[in-house]
Design a binder for this molecule. Structure first.
Ligand SMILES: *[C@@H]1O[C@H](CO)[C@@H](O)[C@H](O)[C@H]1NC(C)=O
Ligand SMILES: *[C@@H]1O[C@H](CO)[C@@H](O)[C@H](O)[C@H]1NC(C)=O
Ligand SMILES: [Zn+2]
Length: 457
């Protein structure tokens, strides 16, 4: 009963709070989006992260983020900032080929806006709606998209240290005349170490310590400049990492001659552009290896949302978790990603801290495409059309009235208890005061006191 009233009051007050807060202005709201490439969700439970844990204790934590297929760096970074599946934002892989224009895209040749223009990233939308954005090496932030650059940005260079990138971001937020309200910051680790040594390695454990130190540096700098309590910070990632093995290799040369096709992307999702007859190439690949799925473009499962784009090639090979597709030979790395986005090993985490977010709030999962409507809501931006769902992420926000599962259970149990108690009371009262009962008693008396002179008489 008591818990019912606690929940009931919390619910009502949450409701009122939500409706009052809607009136506040968004002009002071700031948001920093950070990605540590290849930060697998369950690293958090396996290793110590003193700095990140501090943020979690004082913020919101999503344990598993369901990212988009293919679980590669460029498609997923663009999904986070556009809220769209890869097929709908156009960055369908780290390597792409467009048959109509004969153009090629790779992570080293990403500057042609042709590839990016199928969607509009949030840093541009933010500028179009009157604000300033900054990009510190987040994929795409050094590309002119729809002929627009971020107000401040760094040309991609992996030699620039994380602390340098942080220092730039902080300068942009602190700029006295034209400060940014949105920044996007990227770091290459723990992805690089995860690839090289594998996610189960000692080296990866050491790198995760460094990643947490870098998070510590970011927090320190934000605190020193008085930004820590006013800037909303989201730390997330593009994908996880699977352990690969020299014993799990699929050799295409065993099944098909190289003259039949061009590989447009490599492993673990290999895009095949057949040179002549698509179905001949398909037949040769179909039964090549039981640890690899072979799809004609039109048969790619709906759940991947990876079909409706010219840049998706006629045949797609998808390796099982931990398997590597090569033409021949052995593997060159012990960790990889790109696999089915339903695999937990492919999922990153998300941690959010700042005035917009709930404190000590945990939830099991959201989709990476939901981060876009979340960010637009925080910044007060009108969204571009996207595939995300704000309802999935609104509970991260302190301004939203939100009833969690334990709350619902509390309310249901509380309500049941009230109902049961009321019913019992009613039944009791009925029994006590019912005329039938009184009559029955009279009858009883009747039987017992046969000789009662009053009745007999
Ligand atoms: C295609 O692959 C088959 C099977 O390996 C091979 O016999 C054929 O020569 C190849 N064709 C071309 C054009 O390379
Ligand atoms: C995703 O969003 C785009 C842009 O609004 C839309 O064209 C597409 O149909 C959406 N995809 C799904 C699966 O709803
Ligand atoms: Zn990678």
């Amino acid at each position: 009963m008591q818990s019912f009233w606690v929940y009931f009051l919390a619910f009502v007050s949450g409701f009122l709070e939500c409706h009052c807060n809607n009136a506040t202005s968004n002009s002071e709201v700031r948001l920093l989006l950070v990605s540590f490439d290849g930060f697998r969700a369950d690293y958090l439970a396996q290793y110590a992260f003193p700095n990140l844990q501090k943020m979690i204790a004082d913020g919101a934590h999503v344990k598993h983020v369901t990212n988009v297929f293919v679980t590669k760096t460029f498609p997923n970074h663009y999904s986070i900032v556009t809220g769209r599946y890869a097929e709908s934002h156009g960055i369908v892989a780290n390597h792409m080929y467009d048959a109509a224009t004969k153009k090629n895209f790779s992570i080293f040749a990403d500057q042609d806006q042709f590839w990016w223009n199928e969607a509009t990233p949030i840093w541009i939308t933010n500028q179009q709606q009157g604000h300033k954005s900054g990009g510190a090496m987040w994929p795409g932030t050094d590309v002119s998209i729809h002929n627009t650059m971020p107000s401040y940005y760094l040309k991609y260079d992996h030699n620039v240290s994380f602390s340098k990138r942080v220092d730039h971001i902080i300068q942009w937020f602190s700029n006295s005349t034209e400060p940014i309200n949105f920044g996007a910051l990227y770091w290459e680790e723990p992805d690089a170490t995860g690839h090289h040594y594998g996610p189960d390695s000692k080296e990866l454990g050491n790198m995760l310590k460094e990643v947490d130190d870098r998070i510590g540096y970011l927090i320190d700098q934000l605190q020193k400049t008085g930004l820590w309590n006013t800037v909303n910070v989201i730390i997330t990632s593009d994908h996880g990492m699977a352990q690969c093995s020299a014993k799990k290799v699929i050799e295409l040369d065993n099944c098909i001659g190289r003259g039949n096709y061009t590989r447009v992307t490599y492993s673990p999702v290999t895009a095949i552009l057949p040179h002549a007859n698509i179905s001949n190439v398909y037949e040769l690949l179909l039964n090549c290896d039981s640890h690899m799925k072979v799809y004609l473009k039109e048969d790619i499962p709906e759940r991947f949302h990876y079909k409706h784009n010219e840049r998706i090639q006629p045949i797609l090979l998808v390796a099982d978790e931990g398997w590597t597709i090569v033409q021949n030979g052995s593997i060159t790395q012990l960790g990889d990603h790109g696999y089915d986005n339903a695999l937990p090993s492919m999922h990153p985490l998300l941690v959010a801290h700042g005035p917009a977010f709930r404190k000590a709030y945990k939830t099991n999962t959201i989709n990476s495409i939901d981060v876009y409507p979340l960010m637009c809501h925080i910044l007060g931006l009108k969204e571009e059309s996207n595939n995300g769902t704000f309802a999935n992420v609104r509970c991260l926000l302190i301004s939203e009235s939100c009833v969690s599962l334990p709350d619902v259970i509390g309310i249901v149990i509380g309500s049941l208890m009230v109902l049961v108690t009321l019913s019992c009371l009613i039944i009791l009262m009925k029994k006590r005061g019912s005329p039938q009962r009184a009559f029955a008693r009279l009858q009883l008396q009747d039987d017992d006191d046969d000789d009662d002179p009053l009745i007999a008489g």
